[in-house]
Design a protein around this ligand. Structure first.
Ligand code: FAD
Length: 646
């Protein structure tokens, strides 16, 4: 089925590539901000860098995007090295769809730092296969999309949020297209739409089975050409910088560590957007790339933001089960390879190892049931039959269609001796998506003034107890845009004196401990990480019980105490920072948030299924809320690293 939107349509005027052979508009990276004299020098220095970057941008040839990015990156890291404090109107943490989309809008009003912990493209966004859902063609309707979202979310969704996202979604897609994102089209020249589990219509816009990669490419390309945006790659955000204004907590930026130079860089900003994605790596098997360690949720929790619905961890039912491949990967993968929902949407059938189709006996929607139902059904089959994986078969469809629709999956499987056009694919559930996160209002605002959230890190109320397939890229796009106007208003009205960068003590890189001690700490941290992941998988997985959750809570507490004790015995101090140690404290923090939220929900709803409360209870149809400083025991991982303002 195709939509009514012709290729390349979209009437949004996007201000990209102002540099191609036309000279540049003057960079005004400080927009209407009354900075005091003492920081003027740093501002001027940064303007100098901005000019240098502009020159580089002018030199872009027609080489592929990745090469452009490479030259941009080299300039960035070599030129921005000398200042340990940087001042921006907007700091954006994360370079996935949410962070980049927001950055491109606010950059029209001020200077923007995009801070990202690895290569700019490395994000969940980049791995998204299936697509983005939006109502683009009759007989589909906003009401139908809303209904599907609310049913999948087990009636825990916030109806107003759902309406907003489903209504604004189509415009967000048109904007992406106007910016150069290229999605698949049917023979009639209109967008090709697919259908996925839980959707009652074909409404998934996609770029083969690499939709996220295409979105990320288009957004990064636009960012490269925007003179007001500065990308700081390999900058790990450690903690938000906050102060108290009466009873309000206010965010004034973020401390980061350049993981290549080991320098601590402080970003002072009037507005901060947290767009740091998910937390898949609290589990041993996840479809998320290595960057998804819940840093944003943990940082926000430490900074007194309210966290919500963390018990709702989505396990994708069909990640590639390496054990079932004819040729096994030579080493364990960092993240599980996803077999997109769209395979089931396009007619893929699930079998157990006796080639019995099992889904119809669990749910009348069979393979097209929502993910939680499919994941639990597979889990049940595996446990009952004591098998390691089930099979997903699409080979009954024409070979040509399979290859054009799923080229990425076909190529990946073929590498390991499996031809998906004539053989079934071994699959198993893996941690995939966090429905909970930092509680956000309708414009992405949080309980911390000056701090906004968008994307997977946020809990907007869209997903409720379970995310409908392809609704997360959509949510990220919609909320990244909705956060723009209040951010600009906040930036313009901000009266904070940004010269106070020394209010907070600085985190310290532990050079003083020596390389031998650091090596020991690293090895211990990696071991502890694996232990935490296995506790989460064993006791906080797809099927839960109170006793197992309590056991997990106790085990995690003990493990964290043991790890911290080891670090401090080695001479570690509370203000010290290292990439893996900081990730570890964030993983601990998020794992505890998941467990305490799961323990608080005395019913089974959506992704949270517990044998002790197996039914849905109307009286419990409320979000789980974790207030700052409550329920999670205070440890190193739940405290901000720096002291409160001096
Ligand atoms: C394999 C896979 C397939 C998916 N398929 C789909 C799909 O088809 N449709 C759909 O709607 N959704 C899909 N999703 C979910 C969707 O991709 C994500 O929810 C969405 O991309 C999140 O976007 P984001 O911008 O919030 O976060 P991300 O894209 O994850 O970006 C987060 C960014 O924050 C950075 N970051 C994290 N921590 C720090 C830190 N401490 N300091 C600095 N930077 C940091 C990361 O490096 C990254 O750049 C899929 C997810 C996966 C993993």
């Amino acid at each position: 089925m195709t939509t009514c939107i012709p290729a390349g349509s979209g009437n949004l005027h996007y201000s990209v590539a102002p540099c191609r052979g036309q000279g540049y508009r003057k960079t005004s990276w400080v927009s209407g901000v009354a900075f005091n004299r003492c920081i003027q020098k740093e501002l001027l220095w940064s303007c100098g860098v901005s000019k240098f970057l502009q020159t580089q941008r002018c030199n872009y040839s027609k080489s592929p995007f990745s090469e452009n990015w490479k030259s941009f990156r080299t300039v960035t890291s070599s030129c921005l090295r000398d200042g340990s404090t940087k001042y921006f109107d907007f700091a954006v943490i994360g370079s996935g769809v949410a962070g980049l989309r927001y950055a491109l809008e606010v950059a029209r009003h001020g200077s923007v730092a995009v801070i990202t912990k690895a290569e700019p493209h490395e994000s969940n966004t980049n791995y998204a296969q299936g697509g983005v859902s939006a109502v683009l063609c009759p007989p589909d309707s906003v009401e139908s999309h809303m209904h599907d979202t609310i049913v999948a979310g087990a009636y825990l969704c916030d109806e107003e949020t759902v309406r907003i996202v489903c209504t604004e979604g189509p415009d967000r897609i048109r904007e992406l297209i106007a910016m150069g994102a290229s999605f698949d089209h049917g023979e009639d020249g209109n967008l090709h739409l697919t259908r996925e589990g839980g959707h009652s219509h074909r409404r998934i816009v996609h770029a083969a089975d690499m939709t996220g990669r295409e979105i990320e490419r288009a957004l990064l390309e636009a960012v490269v050409y925007d003179p007001n945006i500065f990308v700081f790659e390999h900058h790990f955000a450690i903690d938000l910088l906050t102060c108290q204004d009466g009873s309000d907590t206010v965010c004034l930026g973020v401390d980061t560590m350049n993981t290549e130079t080991q320098e601590v860089i402080r970003f002072i900003s009037k507005v901060t957007l947290l767009a740091s994605g998910g937390v898949g790596h609290i589990y041993p098997s996840t479809t998320n790339p290595l960057v998804a360690t819940g840093d944003g949720m943990a940082m926000a929790h430490r900074a007194q933001a309210v966290i919500s619905n963390m018990e709702f961890v989505q396990f994708h039912p069909t990640a590639l089960a390496d054990e079932g491949l004819p040729v096994k990967p030579s080493k364990p993968r960092e993240n599980a390879f996803l077999i997109t929902e769209a395979v089931r949407g396009d007619g893929g059938i699930l079998y157990n190892l006796s080639m019995e189709r099992f889904m119809p006996s669990y749910d009348e929607r069979a393979e097209l049931a929502p993910r939680d139902v499919v994941a639990r059904s597979i889990d049940d089959q595996l446990k009952k039959r004591n098998e390691k994986y089930v099979l997903l078969d699409i080979s009954h469809k024409p070979r040509k269609n399979i290859l054009s629709r799923f080229p990425n999956i076909a190529a990946e499987c073929l590498q390991y001796g499996l031809d998906i056009t004539c053989q079934p694919v071994p699959v198993v559930p893996a941690a995939h998506y966090m429905c909970g996160g930092v509680r956000a209002g309708l414009q992405g605002e949080t309980d911390v003034r000056g701090l906004y959230v968008a994307g997977e890190v946020a809990c907007t109320g869209l997903h409720g107890a379970n995310r409908l397939a392809s609704n997360s890229l959509l949510e990220a796009l919609v909320f990244a845009r909705r956060a723009v106007q209040p951010s600009i208003d906040h930036m313009k009205s901000s009266k904070h004196d940004l010269g106070t960068s020394n209010w907070w003590s600085r985190p310290v890189v532990p050079f003083s401990l020596g390389s031998e001690t650091m090596e020991k700490i690293l090895l211990m941290t990696r071991k502890v990480r694996r232990e935490l992941q296995s506790i989460m998988w064993e006791y906080v997985g797809i099927i839960r019980s109170t006793i197992r959750l309590q056991f997990a809570e106790q085990k995690i507490g003990e493990l964290e105490a043991k790890w911290e004790e080891y670090l401090f015995q080695q001479g570690w101090e509370p203000t010290m920072v290292g990439l893996e140690a900081c990730e570890m404290r964030n993983l601990f923090c998020c794992a505890k948030l998941v467990v305490s939220s799961a323990l608080a929900r005395h019913e089974s709803r959506g992704l949270h299924y517990t044998i002790d409360f197996p039914n849905l209870e109307e009286s419990k149809r409320l979000p789980t809320v974790i207030l700052p400083g409550s329920s999670v025991k205070g440890t190193w991982s739940s405290r901000q690293l720096h002291k409160q303002p001096l």
